[in-house]
Design a protein. Structure first.
Lengths: 108, 201
């Protein structure tokens, strides 16, 4: 790898390079020690995390995303909305109604 | 002209932050320094003058024209990015020997859209990212490696994995540095990336 030039000669930021280095190395070492302790449970990047940082962005959608994502989503939401449209206690409510009319008939 | 400086001419709004953050990381992971209008905080300087200065100092430029679309309110396109691309191309053409080595990458949603709204640059190679940050990072990485002829530039998959690792560590780094992740300035973000890349060589 070629020798990198540093950003130090450009505009300074509100955080100093020493502070940034300290923070980065601190997190690096804590993660390394944490990973050693829980070697099997080390946190890995899930597809949703990858999509959050490296996926689709901006307005509109790429054809691939439109094919993969929105179709399934729409189907899911359609199912959910269909369920939501049903009365809260669907069958039970009608059953209660029937039983109450029966009891009325018996009483009469 | 600084041979390691890359002028980033992309939209700065919330929707494109994902791309912007990924591009800055990719540029630094390739061994270059990302530059942009946001690094200047001098209110006394005219914005266009700041851009002139940065463009003059950068040998490379990344220009994303995907946001040249009609605004929903005024029905007019935003033309800051084509303007800055024009300044960059003008500097290369008329800036003398010092500026002649400039090189730029033009990105858009698809490769043929630019030819419709800006046919004069239709002859240039336009790289399409399809509104996908992964594709944009890959295009930047390939272009920087080819045009700079640098060796040792990581592969796109490795670079993507490193970026995810960096993003997963960034909240903790911000806490340790007492910075607000949601309000991280471009300069702070760049400094943290630079230190992270050096610590994870």
């Amino acid at each position: 790898m070629q020798k990198r030039t540093s950003v130090a000669r450009h505009k300074p930021s509100s955080i100093s390079r020493t502070e940034a280095r300290k923070a980065v190395l601190g997190v690096k070492s804590s993660r390394a020690s944490g990973a050693r302790k829980t070697a099997t449970k080390s946190k890995s990047a899930t597809p949703s995390i990858i999509e959050r940082y490296l996926g689709h962005f901006g307005v509109g959608s790429s054809p691939a995303v439109a094919k993969r994502g929105s179709g399934a989503k729409k189907a899911g939401t359609a199912k959910k909305s269909a369920l939501a449209k049903k009365p809260a206690g669907g069958k039970r409510a009608s059953a209660k109604k029937v039983s109450s009319t029966r009891s009325l008939r018996r009483a009469s | 002209v600084q041979n390691d400086s890359v002028f980033i001419n992309v939209p700065f709004d919330r929707r494109y932050k994902k791309l912007f953050d990924a591009l800055v990381f990719a540029v630094h992971d390739c061994g270059f320094v990302a530059r942009g209008a946001r690094e200047e905080d001098d209110g006394s300087q005219v914005r266009l003058d700041k851009i002139y200065d940065i463009i003059e100092e950068c040998r490379f430029g990344i220009h994303d024209l995907s946001r040249v679309t009609l605004d929903s309110r005024y029905r007019l396109p935003r033309f800051n990015m084509p303007l800055e691309l024009g300044i960059f191309l003008g500097a290369k053409r008329y800036g003398g020997a010092a500026q002649a080595g400039k090189s730029c990458l033009v990105l858009d949603r698809d490769p043929y859209r630019v030819k419709i709204f800006c046919s004069d640059i239709g002859g240039q190679d336009i790289r399409a990212h399809g509104n996908d940050a992964r594709q944009a990072v890959r295009a930047v990485r390939e272009w920087l490696r080819t045009t700079s002829r640098r060796t040792g530039v990581r592969g796109p998959t490795d670079m993507g994995n490193r970026y995810i690792q960096f993003r997963m560590e960034l909240p903790a780094i911000c806490r340790a540095a007492r910075l607000d992740l949601g309000d991280l300035s471009f300069l702070d973000y760049r400094t943290i990336i630079d230190e992270w890349v050096q610590a994870h060589q």
